[in-house]
Design a protein around this ligand. Structure first.
Ligand SMILES: O=C(O)CCC(=O)N[C@@H](CCC(=O)O)C(=O)O
Ligand SMILES: [Zn+2]
Length: 328
């Protein structure tokens, strides 16, 4: 039923069963594409975990990865030991195999959201589910991993975005992520209203956007490099201590500047295929825009992450980032 839940969600079919048992606990469908799992006896160290995928409908590897973890739970190979909320972010975009339908869902996770439309409605529904889930588990440490894949290749194929926050990320996260094969960390310099930022900002969760390779259609993903990440997710599901690695093996960056698209006549001045984290020397012209003029690299070299000239007007067309020391 659990692994089937993903397929049914994608096909728009109602699930065969809305609740039931798994080893160590129970599951119930709390909303379309939102599954809650409640352990009979959570371990003291278990986090209240939100695991989401498909916020962008064409990013399929994370959905396959979560499907595998749920299948192992259903087969009795894992025993539920932590409260979990598993989310398929944008079911209609997933069915269409597109990043989004009308607007980018991952810019809408703000309690002041006033926009109307299917994606704003979905953002409001997901924010309410996350609020209710964490409220059902008071006193427990909170975690949210929002799983994505990137449009382009990357110098670091597996990296995380750490949302902007006033307080530091719990240090064990760096050890867990290093052991899970994450190669780089990008610290956001300002509020970004993404799903992971929502959990961090409003709920104090240890939260990240995880970029797990490159976006490919269903059936074309090689999940082999994600095996260590699967082990981390399984440890979270079982409520046991995940494997720890050396955070020094990861490369840390911080965002310095957000490049916005201000007009129809916006273009990036480097090839579309430029991999994430490519570095440009001082003086390089990076973008031209009819409203904002040209953007050039200043005195310090800048690396480009998530370049995309096709974003909606007013949206982020790239993050410009610099190396940063690892957290103390
Ligand atoms: O590859 C790209 O250009 C986009 C990949 C993606 O969807 N990234 C997330 C990052 C969210 C964050 O900044 O935390 C996004 O753009 O929504
Ligand atoms: Zn994405």
């Amino acid at each position: 039923m659990l692994a089937e839940w993903l397929d049914q969600g994608l096909e728009g079919r109602p699930p065969s069963r809305a609740e039931g048992g798994v080893a160590g606990g129970r599951f119930r469908l709390v909303a379309p594409g939102v599954l809650e799992l409640v352990p009979d006896a959570p371990s003291a160290e278990a986090r209240a975990c939100v695991l989401s995928a498909g916020i962008h409908g064409n990013e399929t590897a994370p959905m396959e990865l979560l499907g595998e973890v749920l299948a192992r739970l259903e087969a009795g190979l894992l025993c539920l030991g932590a409260p979990l909320l598993v989310i398929l972010g944008n079911p209609e975009a997933i069915r269409r195999g597109e990043r989004y339908v009308a607007t980018n869902l991952n810019r809408l996770f703000c309690r002041d959201l006033e926009e109307a439309g299917d994606e704003p409605d979905r953002a409001r529904a997901l924010m309410a589910e996350v609020d209710a889930f964490y409220a059902r588990h008071p006193g427990r440490e909170r975690l949210h991993y929002d799983l994505h894949t990137a449009i382009r290749d990357s110098r670091f194929p597996r990296f995380v975005v750490e949302p902007f926050a006033a307080t530091p990320t719990p240090p064990e996260q760096w050890r867990w992520l290093a052991a899970a094969g994450i190669q780089a960390v990008l610290h956001q310099h300002r509020h970004s209203w993404t799903f992971s930022h929502y959990a961090r900002h409003y709920h104090g969760a240890a939260a990240f956007t995880l970029e797990l390779g490159r976006a490919r259609p269903f059936g074309h993903n090689d999940l082999t490099p994600l095996a260590p990440m699967a082990r981390l997710l399984e440890a979270l599901v079982e409520g046991r201590a995940p494997a720890e690695g050396d955070p020094g093996a990861m490369t840390f960056f911080r965002a310095e500047h957000e490049l916005l698209r201000h007009s129809e006549a916006f273009r990036l001045c480097f090839p579309d295929a430029t991999p994430n984290f490519s570095e440009f020397p001082p003086g390089t012209r990076l973008a031209e825009d009819a409203v904002a003029g040209e953007t050039r690299v200043g005195a310090t070299p800048l690396s480009v992450v998530f370049p995309n000239a096709e974003v909606e007007i007013g949206a982020r067309a790239a993050l410009l980032v610099v190396p940063s020391p690892p957290p103390a």
